[in-house]
Design a protein around this ligand. Sequence first.
Ligand SMILES: Cc1cc2nc3c(=O)[nH]c(=O)nc-3n(C[C@H](O)[C@H](O)[C@H](O)COP(=O)(O)OP(=O)(O)OC[C@H]3O[C@@H](n4cnc5c(N)ncnc54)[C@H](O)[C@@H]3O)c2cc1C
Length: 597
Amino acid sequence: MASPKHIGYAFLLEDSSGENVFTPEDLSPEQLEFMRVTREFVSKDFEPVRHDLEKLDRDLLRATLQKAGEAGLFMIQIPEEYGGMGLDLLSQMVVIESIAPTGGFSVAYGVQTGIGSEPILFFGTDDQKQRYLPRLATGEMIGAYGLTEPGSGSDALAARSTAVLSSDQTHYVLNGSKIFISNGGIADLFIIFAKVDGQHFTAFLVERDTPGFQVGGEEAKLGIKSSSTTALTFQDMKVPRENLLGEIGKGHKIALNILNVGRLKLGMGVVGGMKDALGRSVRYALQRKQFGKALVEFPLIQQKLAQIAACTYASESAAYRTAGSINQIIEDRSESESASLDKTLATLEEFSGECAINKVFDSECLAVAADEAVQIHGGYGFCEEYRVEATYRDARIARIYEGTNEINRLFIAGNLLKRTQTGRLALLQAIQQAQKAVLERLPDPPADSSPLGDILTAIPNAKRIFHLLVGLVSQKFLPNMEKIADEQEIMAAFADLIIQIYVLESITLRAVKRIRQGDPRSGLHQTVVRYQAIECFEKIDQLANRLIDSVFRDDARLTHRAIVRKWSHWPHLNRVELGRALARECIAAEGYPFVVQ
Ligand SMILES: Cc1cc2nc3c(=O)[nH]c(=O)nc-3n(C[C@H](O)[C@H](O)[C@H](O)COP(=O)(O)OP(=O)(O)OC[C@H]3O[C@@H](n4cnc5c(N)ncnc54)[C@H](O)[C@@H]3O)c2cc1C
């Protein structure tokens, strides 16, 4: 039986301790070295050409990617036998976070090291790996990933592109088109999905110079302008049989598994973007004076800085917690390379819920952070000369790709229910315990007088509210439980409750770990946790009441609301004082005050 820390969504069932969560402060010196190398690349090789890249100069984009390759930034996850460094997921995460402030360039980087190469790494034959991975590792070859079609985006498996085996059985003939393909204008190698005989969804490796393959013009986009985004068309395109990736009819395994890790990486990138926006906002507010004072002296500006810092801390804590859990399981490399890759895929699937949680929460935090960064800059924030203007535009795509946030919310809740129904997750027992607590009027857990003890005591109550609501709402749908999936508003509300619980617990456990380890900045960790906890508690109350009101009427509605009210006696937290205290630290640090280096 797998231990709870090896099980996705286990955080909803058990009370985790601060000892077993991974936090950014746990990064090793070697992992942090990648942060330094990446920052050096950004300042030396990216910043001087940033302005020109924003006009989408494909040659310059390629050349700058080449430099990232020379700095070793594409090699991290690729095994040594294929020309890479064979390092862990956390090392890759650190680079993604550090490269994020480059906006569109970070998208090109992310495709190269993620969806443009991981399908080969995880599903390729040895021959395919030998042919492509060493060149992808150096940047000699640029990769892209073609899944979306004009008629199928969220419903990606409804693709219409086809592949037919030639009569001499040497190659497949592909016909169809793709749209919105990142790196499309600069890539040499494309992972293309098409249906064999119009039925079996399958992936293929397609080189750019393949006859019949055509790359369309660049999309004129709202943001991430330095990245290339094009359509692709293929007309009677002959793809050698040995370039079929994975198995016929199993393309969905590739598409879905690669998306899992992509969602986590997106979350980590967002953290880097928010830190950058906060630093720029603090520095601007320090030098800009109005009414004879620097902007940082105004409490309303301080609250905005606090909010960006708290969002960043929350996203960072959740993303490193998830990455750390996954990394810990896959790091046991005592087995063969292929067994280790299978284990990585299985672990990513196990934690697919947590990956989606990060994608949704972090991308929505970035939206708030980018918006407030512009507001702090006033009219200048609306002008291209100031970087936050681009941050605001670049942020928007994070809620659309890697699965829209609507699709991810449906996935978070749907996946949980599916695992519960199949017995993979012991949620039914937790639901029964919550119901018992109501019927038998069990006493509340004893108060905890340790630092953050009030929040630690509140977390199990938040989970109890969730268990109770899942039980009550599910019963309402009996005997056709699966019909809940059609009630998208309910599913999304459950997803949001799950997200808030994960975030609340991740930030609290991170701070508890800092306190236990005697971190001199543990007071600051407590401040940010208390500040962010206010938002978590408010959202949990709002979501719980909204769920009850939309499913129940009359007495049942009032009874359920009363139970939730009893369990939601959250600690008293003063947002004004906490926000001002947090802002002071941001101002003193001239940016994000929790920097690890
Ligand atoms: C800049 C950019 C880069 C991209 N890069 C790549 C790439 O490299 N490779 C690639 O393959 N794709 C890429 N994409 C495509 C991206 O993944 C899709 O745009 C995304 O999956 C959404 O699909 P869609 O645009 O067709 O929107 P649709 O699926 O049409 O969705 C439109 C709206 O309807 C909602 N919706 C859809 N279905 C449901 C449902 N069942 N229930 C409730 N709401 C629903 C969506 O959430 C969304 O709000 C990129 C897109 C952009 C804009």
